[in-house]
Ligand binder design. Sequence first.
Ligand code: 5AD
Ligand code: SF4
Length: 452
Amino acid sequence: MENKQFFIKTFGCQMNERDSEIMAQSLSRYGYVEGMEVQEADLVILNTCSIRAKAEQKVMSLLGYLRKTKEKRPHMKICVAGCVAQQEGKTIIDRMPHVDLIVGTQNIYNIGELLLDAEAGKSRVVTQMEDSYVIPLFLPELPSSKADTKEDKTTFQFSRFVTIMQGCNNYCTYCVVPYTRGREVSRKVQDIVDEVTMLVQSGVKEITLLGQNVNSYGKTNEVEFGAPSFTFSDLLRRVAAVNGLKRLRFTTSNPKDLTDDLMSCFRDVKNLCPQFHLPVQAGSDTILKAMNRKYTVQQYLEQVKVLREYCPSISLSTDIIVGFPGETDADFEGTMDLLETVRYHGSFSFKYSDRPGTRSAGFENKVDEAVKSERLARFQARQDEISLERNAEFVGLEKEILVEQVSSDSVKGRTDTNHIVHVNEPLKVNVGDLLTVKINFAGQHSLKAELI
Ligand code: 5AD
Ligand code: SF4
C-alpha cells in the first residue's frame, strides 16, 4: 500500500493528547504515516478543545487558514476531531465545505475506516455518543525513537498516558465537558493494568492515569468482576504495584470526591509522585455554589492540610476561573486569599467564558471583560512570585530527575514534583535515565542543577 502522510494538531488536555496517539496508531493501519508539515500532508486532523471560548476560536481560525492550503492541494483531506467536533460538527460541515470529516469524541478509534466511508459518500459527520459507551481496548504502540519535530528531537517515550475513564457526570455550571465527552464511563481494572504492564515492560518509567474526573473512577459501571465498590485509590495501588514502574501520576481530580483513602496514597504508595493537581476554581463559597462544585473553601483547605500532613513534600497546583458571573470584588479577594494560604507551586488561571449548552451561559450579572482581565493579571502576577519562592525552596536539595532530553552540553529532566530541571554539563546519560542531581538555581519556570 502506498504511504500517505497525515499531520495532526492537538489542542486542549492530556486526554486529547492520548486520543491523538490513538488516531495516529489507528491511521497507520490504513497506510498513513505521520508527517511534520501541513504543507506536505494528505490528511490534516485537528483534535480540538472547546473548554474555553478562546480554544474554540483558535480551531476556527486554523480551519480558515486550511481552506487556502486546500485550494493549492485539493486532494488534501481535512478532519476535525475532539470536543469542538462533537459539539459543533454539523455547523462546521455546513459552513466549511472544505472539511471532509467530523469525528466525535467516542468515534476516534475507527478514524481510518470513517475516512474511507466519507470518501465513498457515506456520512461526513460521525458524532454518535452513547450513555452505555465502552472505551475500546486499544493497546498502545510501544516506545520507539521516532522523530518528533523538524529539529529531530527524540520523542519522549518513557512517560506515557493511560486513559482510565472518560466523560463527566458532575455538571459544573460553566463546563462543556459533559456535553462533549458524554456520561462518565470507567475502563476495566484488568485492561488498565495490562496496558500499564505492557508499557513498563517495554521500558516506560512513568505513567499518568487520565480521566476528566479520576476520583469518580468505578462509580458508574462495575470495573472489576466480583468487586462492585472498587475505587480510584484501589486502582492506584494496583497500578503502582506493576513491577518496574518508577513513577505514577494522575489527573484530573475534583475535590468533592477526594477521599482520605486517596490522600493517604500520597503517604503510602512509594512510586506515586508527590505532585497533585487539585482544581479549586474559586475562593468564594458563593461562587463555588453557583459553579455547582459541591465543596466549600474550608473543606478544600482542610484537604490541603491533610495532604501536606501525609506528604510534606507534595507539590500542589490548581485551576482558577476569574470573573464567573456574579463574582464581586469580595469574592475575588477570596480567591487571592486562598492563593496566599495554599501558596500553590503553580496554577492555570482563566477568564470565565460562556460555553454553549452550559448553565452559566444563561446566568445574568456577567462580569465586565476589563474587570476579568484586571483580576486575571493580578492573580497571575502573585502566582508568579509565589512560584519563584516555592522553586527557591528546592535550592540545595538532591532530587532525582527523569531525563527527557540530552544534547552535547546539557540535559533536561523532570523531578517527581514535576519541575523541569536543566543540568548544563555534558553528561553521558540517555533519555529515560533516572539521575540524581543537586539543585543550585531556581528560576520562574524551571530549576538548574549540577551532577553530584
Ligand atoms: N471559562 C473559563 N474557564 C473554564 N474552565 C472550564 N470551563 C471554563 C469556562 N467556561 C477551566 C477550569 C477547568 C480548566 C480545564 O478550564 O478552570 O479546570
Ligand atoms: Fe478540552 Fe475538556 Fe475536551 Fe479536554 S475534555 S479537549 S479540556 S473540552
